[in-house]
Ligand binder design. Structure first.
Ligand SMILES: [Ca+2]
Length: 401
């Protein structure tokens, strides 16, 4: 088709010319405004008085479900009222880093009221390990029913450290980077190595320092990577992890997670089936107080390099991709991670939306001075964080010019 000019400026009357000029000015102003929106956020405290909140889930009616590490699950009203503890939770070995930790609503929660939570499960004597339970929340949100532990980390061990404990619902690969695929009936669970059992992370006969993949009834998917390996536990998806504290799924179905290093060497990893992520043989960290770990290696054949590492450690917690455009185009596809140690929310720009390498990191909310335990994108497309203290807060990030 030959090129046909849509408009012929020379024939225009002056009034029309001015209208076009005004429209152009408006377009320029609007894009400037959008850039300005992306420059900042204003924290809006929705609720406070939460005791060491660990995870937040978004109920379909606009309320929130928040776990408290001491072993309680609470419903928070949109106006901020914190409800009484939900009844029906199993006994939790709270203390140290242990307690009631992550909570996740089933993809079909609106129809089935099913949720999952992970916690430090008490064993004989002083032992414990991380367990994953499935339950049904009553219609009035006051009680859990049909509580069933669908996975229990082996072996149980006496430690109050390194439980890991983030749950991710697996989804089939999305249609494109912006569209989530459908839930495929599987769950990932991140598991710590219990601190003094570091070498366990390299052995496949235990669940310490592993990510595991199970069906929602606790059974093992037939395509898990170590099903045919003698002596390997069948739930294992990847190994050589230290203490995972954040995990999420990219829209393309890729699992992203981070884990605490020792002194330095906190890592982001994208655990693939059967991958060995190196701990404690390779690490960018060192022992607390200094001194190399093992042979002081940072790389070895057959062991995966992290996508990114933080040295010094920021003690990351919580992990979410921003898929909405509520903060402007520059933020869409960024990765957000809380920092416990330095008390800020880390915005991470990637070389491509939801993928690639980390190009730039920006500290947000530093003026609050609060340890950030969890970060999620809400159904409204806004980011929400939980702060970690005895007076923990649920905070919404409002785009601010
Ligand atoms: Ca590693």
């Amino acid at each position: 088709m030959p090129f046909e000019p849509v408009i012929d400026i020379i024939k225009w009357p002056v009034a029309q010319w001015i209208r076009v000029q005004a429209a152009i000015v408006l377009i320029v102003l609007s894009s400037l405004l959008q850039a300005a929106v992306a420059q900042g956020v204003r924290p809006e405290t929705l609720a406070s008085g939460l005791q060491n909140p660990w995870a937040v889930a978004f109920l379909p009616d606009g309320r929130f479900l928040v776990s408290e590490r001491a072993g309680r699950l609470r419903v928070v009203e949109p106006g901020g009222k914190v409800g009484p503890a939900v009844q029906g939770l199993p006994e939790v070995a709270s203390g140290g880093q242990g307690g009631l930790l992550d909570v996740l609503l089933d993809a079909d929660f609106a129809n089935n009221q099913v949720l999952y939570f992970c916690f430090s499960e008490p064993g004989a004597g002083q032992t414990n390990s991380t367990a994953l339970a499935r339950a049904t929340l009553s219609a009035d949100l006051t009680r859990l029913g049909d509580v069933k532990v669908i996975f229990s980390q082996k072996p149980k061990f006496a430690s109050s450290l390194h439980f890991g404990c983030r749950i991710v619902e697996s989804r089939a690969r999305g249609l494109n980077a912006k569209v989530d695929g459908k839930a495929d009936g599987k769950l990932f669970l991140m598991l710590g190595e219990r601190f003094s059992r570091a070498m366990d992370a390299q052995l496949l006969g235990n669940h310490h320092g592993k990510t595991v993949r199970i069906n929602k009834d606790g059974s093992v998917p037939p395509d898990n990577p170590f099903l045919n390996r003698a002596g390997a536990l069948p739930e294992i998806w990847s190994y050589g992890h230290r203490n995972p504290q954040g995990a999420t799924l990219a829209p393309d179905g890729t699992l992203w997670m981070h884990e605490h290093g020792p002194q330095g060497g906190d890592e982001i990893n994208l655990p693939r089936a059967g991958g060995n992520y190196g701990w404690p043989v390779i690490t960018y960290g060192e022992n607390y107080g200094g001194g190399k770990i093992g042979d002081g290696l940072t790389a070895q054949a057959g062991m995966e390099q992290p996508l990114h590492h933080w040295t010094p450690s920021i003690a990351p917690s919580g992990m979410a991709f921003l898929t909405s455009d509520r903060y402007g185009k520059a933020w869409q596809g960024n990765l957000f991670v809380g920092s416990l140690k330095f008390a800020y929310l880390n915005r991470m720009e990637l070389s491509a939306p939801y993928s690639g390498t980390v190009l730039r990191e920006t500290k947000l909310l530093g003026e609050m001075g609060e340890r950030i335990r969890d970060v999620r994108q809400g159904p409204d497309g806004l980011l929400y964080v939980l702060t970690d203290s005895s007076n923990g807060k649920l905070i919404r990030l409002v785009p601010a010019p």
